[in-house]
Ligand binder design. Structure first.
Ligand SMILES: NC(=O)c1ccc[n+]([C@@H]2O[C@H](COP(=O)([O-])OP(=O)(O)OC[C@H]3O[C@@H](n4cnc5c(N)ncnc54)[C@H](OP(=O)(O)O)[C@@H]3O)[C@@H](O)[C@H]2O)c1
Length: 297
């Protein structure tokens, strides 16, 4: 199949593109940055907000993996109007299967960023094309990057009452690639990490892996989204689920690791969106370049 990947340069996109190539698909990748085509990856320059390049991107594709997002601070600009533009042009071009990545809890706690994800889900389910919604829990790589922002603080504000269910993007990519290969589900599918851990455990493991010592100050994060998270609404018990734990992501059990496993499962401090251009053919799991894996003490 020829599959368009929006958000191909992002944390998940960096893992999905090689997973799709490995499954034998041709990939067309959309980015606001100009890139050279390589192997079975055709890069299209385009912007979902202005709509430039999108008509060309959706032409003659069998499926669309729609991952692009303007993130939590982007006020839904890509998730909602960008998704509307993509779907409109995709419908004019043909009948591709649309797989949209959303967040676990979007239906149960539509506050903040999740409100935009739910609105985008509705656009997808009502657009007249065949669809699959893949709702995900937070990525290891995203949490790792986010915690890095706290590293310079003398103490970390920690709300112990919040459960997290981090998942590895390599495993998300494998799930998304399998769903794209299998065809439209016409339903919402949840996929999360193997365990729920509280913020204190999350932070302590991260501090250990980073070789840092910081006191944790107990706080209670405000707002409706955190209240929903506290109530467990952002967790899923759907099966299958990921197998790589937060601990093993940050502190891989070296005794059972082969070199291949280690190179595929090391952590990433930043989104590939902020990295220099890389060859997607060379990667199996994305978002891991340039990161020095912590060694066990
Ligand atoms: N991160 C998480 O923990 C998490 C958890 C659950 C679900 N999700 C969902 O998973 C999906 C992927 O997330 P991610 O963390 O991999 O994203 P990301 O790393 O933040 O990357 C965002 C991507 O969106 C693209 N993009 C941004 N603005 C665009 C625009 N105007 N036009 C076209 N493309 C644009 C960027 O491409 P260019 O910069 O190359 O244009 C980039 O590839 C999203 O749907 C997200 O909501 C993420």
């Amino acid at each position: 199949m020829r599959i368009l990947v929006t958000g191909a340069t992002g944390t998940l996109g960096g893992a999905l593109v090689p997973a799709l190539l490995k499954a034998g698909h041709e990939v067309r990748a959309l980015s606001r940055a100009k890139r050279e085509d390589r192997g079975n990856v055709e890069w299209i320059w385009g912007d979902l907000i202005s709509g430039k390049g999108v008509e060309e991107a959706v032409r003659d594709v069998d499926a669309i993996a729609h991952l692009a997002t303007s993130g939590r601070k982007g006020r839904g600009a890509v998730d909602v109007p960008g998704t509307r533009t993509l779907l409109l042009l995709a419908r004019q071009a043909g009948r591709p299967h649309v797989l949209f990545t959303s967040m676990v809890g979007a239906d149960r706690a539509a506050h903040g960023y999740l409100r935009h994800k739910l609105e985008a889900e509705r656009l997808v389910t009502e657009c007249g094309l065949d669809w699959t919604i893949l709702r995900l829990t937070p990525f290891h790589q995203w949490l790792h990057h986010r915690l890095g922002g706290f590293a310079s603080l003398p103490a970390l504000p920690v709300d112990r009452s919040l459960p997290w269910q981090p998942v590895h993007t390599g495993e998300v990519a494998a799930r998304a690639a399998a769903l794209l290969s299998a065809g439209p589900e016409g339903r919402e599918i949840e996929f999360g990490g193997p365990e729920a851990i509280d913020t204190e455990a999350l932070v302590q493991t991260w501090l250990r892996a980073a070789g840092l010592r910081r006191p944790c100050v107990p706080v209670r994060y405000p707002g409706r989204l955190y209240a929903a998270q506290r109530a467990g609404l952002l967790l899923t018990d759907a099966l299958p689920q990921g197998e790589i734990t937060w601990h093993d992501y940050l502190l891989p059990p070296e005794a059972i690791l082969s070199d291949d496993f280690a190179s595929e499962h090391t952590a990433s401090p930043t989104s590939p969106a902020t990295q220099p251009e890389q060859d997607p053919d060379l990667r199996v799991y994305g978002g891991d370049e340039g990161y020095e894996r912590p060694t066990r003490s």
